[in-house]
Design a protein around this ligand. Sequence first.
Ligand code: SF4
Ligand code: SF4
Length: 56
Amino acid sequence: MAYIISDECVSCGACEAECPVGAISEGDGKYQIDADACVECGACAGVCPVGAPSAE
Ligand code: SF4
Ligand code: SF4
């Protein structure tokens, strides 16, 4: 299962730079993860200041 970003996201952009496969992009009101590209490395969850990304 891919990681997902919850509504807690404050659109800081920190996770986008950390994703090794470029799966994260800015969406409508929050950042989003391309489920087909995510390799479940957890890097986004590690840098997020509000704990928005999680493995579903
Ligand atoms: Fe990218 Fe890893 Fe987060 Fe998936 S878990 S979106 S591959 S940083
Ligand atoms: Fe949103 Fe967290 Fe990513 Fe910042 S690091 S854009 S708060 S998910």
